[in-house]
Design a protein around this ligand. Structure first.
Ligand code: FES
Ligand code: FES
Length: 154
């Protein structure tokens, strides 16, 4: 692609502003992983179904594989790397809510947002929020227990 199609984007990621040379068609997932080295958000289906690529945009879970990087300009992007040492992360470890771990960053992002937006969510609401993400190898029960334990602490 000719160099002239490249532009500079300023993204706020994990509370830091980053200048990024990008192409208009670049996805947010591609920029996070390829330009910023933030590989916690995972490429899975790449069509919005599995949730492995979930990040928060202004606190709302978004599938970064189907969002253009340019759409995130002016918004606050949080990735799994921004949630290190949070109680959300600790809860997934405590409840063994993962096996291979590929889906786990996406689930943690959704869980973190749910705890902030609906701290008193009941089981039905937890299930509804978790439907945005797919795990291929562990039980959803541990994941729901991890989420519920965070909400119970609120
Ligand atoms: S990789 Fe984005 S939803 Fe599956
Ligand atoms: S822990 Fe392996 S896909 Fe979820």
């Amino acid at each position: 692609m000719p160099e002239t199609n490249k532009k500079v984007l300023i993204l706020s990621v994990n509370d830091e502003d980053k200048d990024i040379v990008f192409r208009p068609a670049d996805t947010l997932l591609g920029v996070l992983r390829g330009k910023l080295g933030l590989t916690g958000a995972k490429p899975g289906c790449l069509n919005g179904d599995c949730g492995a690529c979930t990040v928060l945009v202004d606190g709302i879970p978004m599938k970064s594989c189907i969002m253009l990087a340019i759409e995130a300009e002016g918004h606050k992007v949080t990735t799994i790397e921004g949630l290190i040492n949070t109680k959300t992360q600790a809860s997934f470890i405590k409840h063994f809510a993962f096996q291979c771990g590929y889906c786990t960053p996406g689930f943690i992002m959704v869980c973190h947002s749910l705890a902030e937006k609906q701290p008193h969510a009941d089981k039905a609401v937890i299930k509804e929020w978790m439907q945005s993400n797919i795990c291929r190898c562990t039980s959803y029960q541990e994941i729901e227990e991890a989420v519920a334990s965070i909400l119970a602490e609120e």
